[in-house]
Ligand binder design. Structure first.
Ligand code: ATP
Length: 235
C-alpha cells in the first residue's frame, strides 16, 4: 500500500440505528499533520473517528482517502489503507504480557515499527515487556495501545482522549511521542479534552458541536480565537 497522503471528509453524516449523530462533518488532514477534534461531551468527536473507520451504522457524504472514496468500505479494508484507531477504552488484553499484546495484531501494511524501535520510543514498555496487561498503570496501558498500532504499519492514527486520567509526567511523555511521530511523517487526528496538551502539537483544530464542524482554527489563528474557543468548549 502507498503511504498515507490525504484524508478529506465532506458532509459526513452518521447514524447509530435511528439516531442521527453526525450532521455534516467537514475536515481535512494531510500527511505529517496533526489535527484535533475539540468539543463538549457528546458533540460527536468519537463518532467522527468511528465513522471514518466504518464503525458506525449508516453513513453518507464523502470520505476520500488518498483520492479513493471509502465511505461504503468495511472496516478491515479501511484499516489496510493504514488507518489505526486507538479507542478511549484502549483494548489491552489483560491476561497477556506487554510483548504478547504488541505482537498480537497482524500487520495491515508493510513499514510497521519493529519491536525494538517501539521499545526505544517507549522505554517504560521495554522495562515491562514481561508484565501482564492487568499490572500496567493507565499511562503504560495507553502507551501500549499506541505502540500496538504503530507495529501494524498504520500511518494515519486516530487517537481518542489519550491523555485522559493520566499523570502530568505521562502526558508530557505522550506529547514527546506525538512530536516524534509527526517528524517521522505520521499523521494524527486527535480527540482531546486537554487543550493545553493539544495546542502546541496541532496544525489545526476542528471544533465540533451537535455533530457539525462549527469552527476550523489554524495554529496561526489560535491566539485571536481563544476567547471564542473558551466559550464554545465551556472551559
Ligand atoms: P465524549 O467526550 O463524551 O465521548 P464525543 O464528542 O466523543 O463526546 P460521541 O461519543 O461521538 O461524543 O457521541 C455523540 C452522540 O452520539 C452522543 O449523543 C451519544 O449519546 C451518541 N452515541 C454515541 N455512541 C452511540 C451508540 N453506540 N448508539 C447510540 N448513540 C450513540
Amino acid at each position: 500500500q502507498p503511504d498515507f497522503e490525504q484524508l478529506h471528509v465532506e458532509d459526513l453524516h452518521a447514524f447509530y440505528g435511528e439516531s442521527h449523530i453526525l450532521h455534516g462533518i467537514d475536515l481535512r488532514v494531510n500527511r505529517g499533520e496533526l489535527v484535533t477534534l475539540l468539543g463538549r461531551n457528546g458533540a460527536g468527536k468519537t463518532t467522527t473517528l468511528r465513522a471514518i473507520l466504518g464503525l458506525t451504522g449508516r453513513r453518507t457524504g464523502r470520505i476520500s482517502l488518498n483520492g479513493r472514496d471509502i465511505i461504503g468500505w468495511p472496516t478491515h479494508r479501511i484499516a489496510h489503507l493504514g488507518v489505526g484507531y486507538c479507542p478511549e477504552e484502549r483494548g489491552i488484553f489483560a491476561s497477556l504480557s506487554v510483548e504478547e499484546n504488541l505482537l498480537l495484531p497482524p500487520a495491515v501494511r508493510s513499514g510497521g515499527m519493529g519491536v525494538e524501535e517501539i521499545y526505544a520510543m517507549f522505554p517504560n514498555l521495554a522495562e515491562r515487556r514481561r508484565s501482564q496487561g492487568t499490572r500496567l498503570s493507565g499511562g503504560e496501558q495507553q502507551m501500549l495501545a499506541m505502540a500496538r498500532i504503530l507495529r501494524t504499519g498504520a500511518n494515519l492514527l486516530l487517537l481518542d482522549e489519550i491523555t485522559e486520567g493520566l499523570a502530568p509526567v505521562i502526558v508530557q511523555k505522550l506529547g514527546e511521542v506525538l512530536t516524534a511521530l509527526k517528524a517521522k511523517g505520521y499523521t494524527v487526528i486527535l480527540v482531546e479534552q486537554n487543550f493545553r496538551f493539544a495546542a502546541p502539537l496541532a496544525d489545526r483544530h476542528y471544533v465540533i458541536e451537535h455533530g457539525r464542524v462549527v469552527d476550523e482554527i489554524a495554529r496561526a489563528a489560535l491566539p485571536g480565537k481563544m476567547d471564542a474557543l473558551h466559550t464554545r468548549l465551556g472551559v
